[in-house]
Write a protein that binds this ligand. Structure first.
Ligand code: ADP
Ligand code: CDP
Length: 671
């Protein structure tokens, strides 16, 4: 996950490859709740690991459910419809799929078995309406108080042991604001219809007021209830009956499908950019129980070339530009946001209607979408329940606000396919449903080599290049190339194999056979971690010697260039700005006085438990500087367009801030 303030996407050109989707959020949180309420234990496979599922899991734990990891699956032992904890305060973040059903289940449990529960979330959760659900639960006699504003969380749910619910008359609930209120009742009311002890229980009827929106989500609920032994009778979409004597029975094991709403970003990616080879999406397909798979129909209407199988979707670019459409999106409320971004690439205005529910989601998504699409150059008209997007005449680089809304971040990342870069602010908001979204995007999306931004940090030994470059890379979410480590690994390998440090062709041949693996700052040679051995002074000194050999430098060229991948690269070494990446967008030549550098290296070695003598170190580094500066090939020298930075008197943070400041001046985002 990119836990950084912003992530800059370079202009992207094409996409291809295969992606396995994370588990569906809607299914994951429903299954978690059902397993938590059921008797017996349920092994849940392929559960989504995200912010929203984590708050649900934590809530179940606080309510006395037993949760244990078994391999990659989660075993949940439920409470069997009986409260084992009578009092709890549950924090539910911004997870509507946790707040609504838990409010209903705990209201019913507290009302019939006694107890007191408080449910709260982040500030935005306290702005998301819940009044229609509370009104419905109050008709049954549940005791629910608003702890903040009327109609919104936080809530307090209370009741007495052996309390009775008024189940005789139908419970009425509004269906035209959010279908999650009906889902919450459907998931919770079997707790009230089951009867206590010998009592037979009663049928409970729910009647929906107004036109029910987002019906496919209600279908997911009914489908999962059936898997847990509860067959709800449905008359059209207005009347639902939870039969008397319903009891949640664990099905033993459940496999969670891939998230169909998340699939929409990759279907769109294929439609926009799968020019040479398809984008293959694994984990969801025509057999899905999620309504959002029908997004595919809309994508096809816009021109996507799609092949669907039971559990996979294959997408290529079809019509180009995409075709503008007008569509009632009631059946795909979440995935429809992706259409608004596809509309940027269409041949005319695209109008998405019947999307009023966007206004009460993680943010007001109609307003947010309009503001952000205008930033890239689109003309957008918005209304209470529609949005109309006209493609940009001229695309502009834009810094996109994401409003703590995962879907805004994922959608707007798809705006990077028309020659301009896009900055995504607060990219980690994707953690709500798809923590590794950007990693997945970068795995599939390609661009021209020279469109990937590079920052080079060159300079003499122990000037702090590695420290500065790796910190910059982490701050920007860019890849990091420590080119010295490649010379060092070649030195180590040649030392081990007894190849002379003057034998250029011999070392070059050895380099071509090196089996290297990079794992963040760790480097593995033939499966063995060698990160610490590479820092040995004898290895550094041999690296300096062999790096003067033309064959060695040539043998390492392609490997270094291969690090230049989206979203960007920070590279440190001696010739990054002069030879390997001469077109780098920012070049820094980093120096510090020999005394400072010797002292730094001395401290660094001590901290690694390696003893050394500071005078020897200084003599060695001056010898190495001299050799690096005077060698015939790729000598150590600042590139003509490099900015010089002497950090002798600077802390690491100061140097990082200075270079980030220079970088910011070279980006087009103007923050
Ligand atoms: N202002 C500074 N900038 C970078 N590194 C510094 C600074 N001050 C002290 N150091 C320390 O200097 C040591 C050498 O840095 P390193 O990044 O390994 O250098 P290089 O890659 O240039 O050989 C590290 O222990 C680092 O923490
Ligand atoms: N791009 C590079 C990087 C390192 N090198 C050589 O490889 C040696 C080890 O690199 P390094 O960056 O790990 O060295 P230190 O600066 O940490 O001493 C250096 O002494 C350089 O001679 C190079 O020639 N070109």
């Amino acid at each position: 996950m990119f836990a950084i303030p912003f992530l800059d996407l370079p202009p992207l050109t094409k996409a291809s490859g295969q992606i396995r989707l994370p588990g569906s959020k809607s299914i994951s949180n429903r299954v978690l709740l059902l397993a938590g309420l059921a008797e017996g234990s349920t092994l849940v496979h392929d559960l989504l690991d995200s912010d929203d599922t984590r708050v649900m899991i934590e809530a179940l734990r606080n309510l006395g459910c037993d949760l244990a990891h078994e391999g990659g699956a989660l075993r949940i032992t439920g409470i069997g419809g009986r409260l084992s904890v009578q009092q709890a305060s549950l924090f539910l973040g911004n997870a509507g799929t946790a707040m609504r059903p838990l409010a209903a289940a705990l209201a019913v449990l507290a009302a019939t078995q006694g107890g007191q529960f408080e449910l709260s979330g982040v500030a935005r959760m306290h702005e998301r309406p819940i009044g229609d659900l509370v009104d419905a639960l109050r008709q049954l006699g549940c005791d629910i108080q608003y702890l903040g504003n009327d109609g919104y969380p936080p809530l307090r749910l209370a009741g007495q042991p052996q309390g009775q619910l008024a189940t005789g008359a139908p419970v009425r609930v509004r269906g035209d604001v959010s279908s999650q209120f009906l889902t919450a009742l459907l998931l919770a009311l079997p707790l009230a219809s089951s009867g206590q002890g010998e009592a037979p229980g009663t049928d409970i009827v729910i009647e929906v007021d107004g036109e029910l929106i987002s019906k496919p989500y209600v279908e997911i609920t009914l489908n999962l209830l059936a898997r847990f032994g509860i067959t709800v009778q449905r008359d059209g979409w207005q009347r639902f009956t939870v039969p008397a004597g319903s009891r949640y029975r664990s099905p033993g094991a459940v496999h969670v499908e891939g998230d169909a709403s998340s699939a929409s970003y990759f279907v769109a990616l294929g439609a926009i950019a799968a020019v040479d080879a398809p984008v293959l999406i694994e984990g969801v397909g025509s057999a899905s129980i999620q309504g959002d798979v029908r997004f595919v129909e809309a994508a096809v209407a816009m021109g996507a070339d799609v092949r669907m199988e039971a559990n996979r979707i294959e997408v290529r670019r079809g019509a180009w530009p995409l075709r503008a459409i007008t569509l009632d999106c009631n059946h795909i409320p979440d995935a429809a946001m992706t259409l608004a971004v596809m509309a940027l690439y269409a041949d005319g205005p695209t109008r998405l209607t019947n999307i009023a529910s966007w206004r009460v989601k993680e943010t007001d998504r109609i307003a947010a979408m309009a503001i952000e699409l205008r930033k890239v150059g689109a003309q957008v008209e918005e209304g209470a329940d529609f949005i109309e997007v006209r493609p940009p005449q001229a695309w502009q680089p834009a810094a996109i606000h994401t409003y703590d809304d995962h879907r805004m971040a994922m959608c707007l990342s798809l705006a990077a396919f028309n020659g301009v870069p896009v900055r995504i602010l607060d990219p980690q908001c994707v953690g709500k449903t798809f923590p590794d979204y950007f990693e997945a995007l970068f795995q599939l999306a390609h661009t021209h080599h020279d469109l990937v931004p590079v920052i080079t940090i060159d300079g003499p030994t122990a000037s702090g290049k590695g420290t500065l470059a790796s910190t910059l890379a982490a701050s920007l979410g860019y890849h990091f190339l420590d080119s010295g480590s490649l010379y060092r690994v070649a030195a180590l390998a040649s030392l081990r194999q007894g190849v002379a440090d003057t034998d250029g062709p011999g070392i070059a041949a050895l380099i071509s056979k090196l089996r290297l693996r990079f794992d963040g700052p760790r480097l593995f040679l033939d499966g063995e971690e060698v990160s610490d051995q590479l820092r040995r002074e004898d290895v550094g000194s041999r690296a300096s010697k062999i790096s003067a050999l033309g064959d060695v430098r040539a043998a390492l060229y392609a490997l270094q260039v291969s690090f230049r991948r989206p979203p960007g690269l920070v590279a440190d070494g001696r010739d990054m700005g002069t030879v390997i990446f001469p077109d780098a967008a920012l070049k820094v030549f980093l120096t510090a006085s020999p005394a400072t550098r010797a002292e730094r290296r001395h401290k660094q070695l001590i901290s690694k438990g390696i003893s050394s003598n500071i005078d020897d170190l200084r003599a060695d580094l001056e010898a190495r500087d001299a050799r690096d500066r005077t060698r015939a090939i790729a000598p150590l020298q600042p590139a003509e367009d490099a900015l010089l930075l002497d950090n002798s008197a600077q802390t690491v943070d100061e140097s990082v801030a200075q270079v980030l400041g220079w970088w910011e001046q070279r980006t087009p985002f103007g923050i």
